[in-house]
Ligand binder design. Structure first.
Ligand SMILES: CC(C)(COP(=O)(O)OP(=O)(O)OC[C@H]1O[C@@H](n2cnc3c(N)ncnc32)[C@H](O)[C@@H]1OP(=O)(O)O)[C@@H](O)C(=O)NCCC(=O)NCCS
Length: 181
């Protein structure tokens, strides 16, 4: 990440300033608020189910990833007035037991989608995974998630059917020296 090892800031075309950094346990409140505020569609696409909020265990795991095998990044927006910082996107990976690959998950707040936040999160995840020597990044995408299918296409992921679940596609990208991020 550019600004320092943990934080990057940038400005959108409309002047809104965003910050990307690793998540911490102190972010539990904004992470839960973020999940609650997602549209039912985005929550379904992200969690492959109809949850309304994170349960206690997932909230704890998501905001305190084990540094040995996981990383999670959030994007934050702070309005110009004295508002609290708001989480507007989050992405994570968990390294596979063989240490060769990692599984990712990503979601951007509905009103912030299609403004490059997903791209920033995915680029940073890939760069973090590469820096840890991980050889491939993979995920499971619902077949009817056309936005995500378009999104991963841009990053050059290979898409295959999930032999165990016909509603899911498996997406995988090799992170070789030459891979574009
Ligand atoms: C998929 C998702 C993470 C993309 O995030 P985003 O911030 O909207 O993505 P970006 O703005 O960086 O867009 C990147 C590319 O994705 C594609 N894309 C994103 N949203 C799209 C949409 N609604 N329709 C078509 N293509 C879309 C485009 O190819 C776009 O490329 P471009 O910038 O060259 O036009 C976001 O739509 C999301 O959170 N969806 C709900 C949760 C989800 O599906 N998570 C994935 C679970 S596997």
């Amino acid at each position: 990440m550019a600004d320092d090892a943990n934080t990057e800031t940038w400005t959108l075309d409309d002047g809104k300033k965003l910050t990307l950094r690793h998540i911490t346990p102190d972010d539990a409140g904004i992470e839960q608020a973020f999940v609650r505020k997602l549209s039912a569609k985005s929550r379904y696409m992200r969690f492959h189910g109809t949850i309304k909020e994170l349960n206690k265990k997932d909230l704890a795991t998501f905001t305190n990833p084990d540094p040995l095998n996981a990383e999670a990044l959030i994007i934050l927006y702070k309005g110009e007035k004295d508002e609290d910082e708001e989480e507007v996107g989050v992405a994570r990976f968990v390294i596979d037991p063989d240490n060769q690959g990692c599984e990712f998950a990503i979601v951007v707040a509905d009103e912030w989608q299609e403004r490059g936040l997903g791209t920033k999160l995915m680029q940073t995840l890939i760069s973090r995974a590469k820096s840890r020597g991980i050889k491939q990044i993979h995920g499971a995408v619902l077949k009817n998630n056309l936005d995500m299918r378009q999104f991963v296409k841009k990053f050059g992921f290979e898409v295959t059917a999930d032999p165990d679940d016909s509603s899911v596609l498996l997406v995988n990208k090799y992170l070789g020296e030459q891979s574009k991020i």
